[in-house]
Design a protein around this ligand. Structure first.
Ligand code: IPE
Ligand code: IPE
Ligand code: MG
Length: 240
């Protein structure tokens, strides 16, 4: 039974399976990544239509630097191109872009593109799209702790939460496409109480219907946050 307060505010997605999608078609892996950008555009629109306020996607992990050089440079070009092409549309659509990750490891061209996209969409309020790029959960936690230590702030759960690169809200639902059952260093801190959903669909094949399936499954779950089921039943909620 769905809990009456099981609102869906923040969805996170590990967009996995682009390479396999391309290999199945005898195409280079980068063709799968290009198709993946189209899927992301559709899913951003679908999330906005479904009144989801925050979408956080994993686009490039700190571990993805270990891939062949041509794939890495292809992914950098794809990001730079997508930023140049899509920002005006996102601006019109009310999407606010925010990048989460270690920018210092990126080229100046990419860094400038990210900063411009953030600035141009800063006033948008319909949907916040967090793009995790050169991101790793362990990096984020270590970086937050180092910042607090440098400022002499005591390290507590609250101070660390606030110092995270992604700090405004934790995901309610985390979807991983591509059939793998792991987090691969994504949102380690923020997913402590997130509902996890694994889709066998390769990311380029993930569509509105697959999103709706994940959302339906989310609403069928009971988020207990350590309490008992009986504590959550409406009869135990005192009328205000
Ligand atoms: C996810 O797709 C995108 C990135 C990691 C950049 P993959 O490229 O990992 O696709 P598979 O898992 O090899 O199919
Ligand atoms: C996770 O996918 C990273 C992104 C989707 C950006 P990977 O394909 O890199 O994960 P592993 O290597 O299978 O764990
Ligand atoms: Mg993969």
């Amino acid at each position: 039974m769905a809990h009456p307060d099981a609102g869906l505010h923040h969805v996170a997605i590990v967009m996995d399976g682009n390479g396999r999608w391309a290999s199945k078609r005898f195409l280079p892996r980068i063709a799968g990544h290009k198709q993946g950008v189209d899927t992301l555009k559709r899913i951003v629109r679908a999330c906005a239509q479904r009144k989801i306020a925050v979408l956080t996607v994993f686009a490039f992990s700190s571990e993805n630097w270990s891939r062949p050089e041509d794939e890495v440079s292809g992914l950098m070009d794809l990001l730079a191109g997508a930023l140049a092409r899509e920002v005006s549309q996102l601006k019109q659509d009310g999407v606010r872009l925010h990048f989460v990750g270690d920018r210092s490891g990126l080229s100046e061209r990419v860094q400038a593109g990210l900063a411009r996209a953030e600035l141009e969409t800063a006033d948008n309020r319909l949907l916040t799209l967090n793009v995790c790029f050169n991101y790793g959960g362990r990096w984020e936690i270590a970086h937050a702790a180092a910042q607090l230590a440098q400022r002499g702030v005591p390290i507590t759960v609250d101070s660390l939460s606030q110092a995270m690169a992604l700090s405004a809200s934790d995901p309610d639902l985390l979807i991983r496409t591509g059939g793998e059952f792991r987090l691969s260093n994504f949102l380690l801190w923020q997913s402590a109480y997130t509902e996890l959903y694994f889709s066998p669909a390769l990311w380029p094949d993930f569509d509105d219907q697959a999103l709706d399936q994940a959302i339906a499954e989310y609403h069928a779950r009971e988020r207990r946050f350590g309490k008992t089921s009986a504590q959550l039943t409406p009869s135990n909620v005192s009328p205000s």
